[in-house]
Design a protein around this ligand. Sequence first.
Ligand code: HEM
Length: 480
Amino acid sequence: MNTASRETMAKARSQRRAAQVAVPEQLAPAATGLPVLGNVLDFRRDILRALRLGWDMHGDLVRHRLGPVTVYGVSSPALAGEVLTNSTVFGKLGPDNPLRLVLGDGLLTSSDHESWMRNRRMMQPIYTKQSISSMYDTMVACAEEMLKQLHSARCYGDALDMHKVMMRVTLDIVGRCMFSTHVQDSIDSISPDAIDIAVNYAFSRLQNPFSPPLSWPTPANRRFRNVMKDVDELMFRLIRERRRSGEHRQDLLDMLLSMRDADTGVGMTDKELRDEVITTFAAGHETTAITLTWTLYLLSRHPQVLRRLEAEVDQVLGGRLPTLEDMQRMPYSLQVFEESMRLYPSAPIVPRLTTTDTSLGGFRVPAGSRVLVNLYNIGRHGRHWPDPERFDPDRFSVEAKKQHHRYAYIPFGAGPHLCIGKHFALMEAQLLLIALVQHYEFRHVPTHRVVDVASITLRPRYGMLMTIHERRRDVAGSFE
Ligand code: HEM
């Protein structure tokens, strides 16, 4: 029996199992909302606060109405595990997911289970720890360039928006890992944040079922279409040039081009490649940039954690940048990053769509409901995280981790759709954090307002204004 038929049979078995689950009659408690609109305005204003309010008032599973669409907020590790590990009942959003306007049928948004599985299986080997380690030198080169830019900024004494700085360096990293050459200029030639503009547009459509159709000539629709035209032209050009040249550069594009389906021996079309390349850009740069931004902010508010991190960095490295082996000897830097992601998960909400009537937490969830697994609430769940608002990287020591509920800490998701770029993100983030802390101290400008806001990612609404200072010298080691 070939792999495809084995999978079809397994899927049929699990569908039968799903159908046999007794579905209760009672629906989950509902959040209060307006007639007709329900909670649309609350979600548009601040989706995280709307979901938080529902959680505080009604518990771990709450029903929200967005006009004609019903949405369930899920805020406990156990329920999150149930949802994320059962992709037959809790599937990805359907073909009308507005994010597909940007990401097409890439891994993140593909609504066809079979083609997702085929592509995921082909791409998995690219993102193993071992394979990703070949990109470490590229990441180090980008980190060095970032340090040079920060050095000039420090000389001028300006406060910088560190969110923008982090966005730039992570875009540089994903761009160079994908295309090996420095594509920043090509990317800037379209619009410095073209992909972000497009993704934000798509997200606002996802949140608001009353958005005007894309064919209407509204200013937002026109801007979106123009941006996408530029992005598509650039991506197809870079893909076709590489195919034509036949060059091998050991970068992500090379790896994607050489993938073959194990059953058919067929590789990806240009359109499939375009979708995966844009998905990697969209999923792979802002997430890491945001976590680093929040980490710098938390460190600026917790000097004792910063000093301990600096001591580790100095003790292991002295003044040089870390090698891959060094990073394994710097567990505290990883713990700091992990604890930041608990409080500020950069992808705070993971959406699913129920394919059938089902039972969750003792309630009925009808087919066609949207289920939002809320990683922000789960990271602050009082039963799993004592004193949840406190920033304490010791929660992630080897011993402490053994006590965590399996799904209490899932910033990279869980189950079959677990983030494919997890190792890439962790390697990149740990390196950048170490490089930043090794050289500078970042102080949040006290008059600058910090508010988190969820679009697809959890951004600081007004950016993150920080001043850059030379490192204190009363800790071990030297750095210059
Ligand atoms: C701190 C950084 C990151 C975080 C917090 C993060 C988080 C996540 C989460 C929560 C998911 C699951 C989505 C779902 O279940 O629907 C996901 C999926 C995904 N991520 Fe990441 N991610 C990060 C970095 C990256 C990077 C660096 C890449 C690529 C280089 C990447 C590529 C992807 C892709 C392609 C998927 C879809 C996987 C699938 O459905 O098969 N991510 N990510």
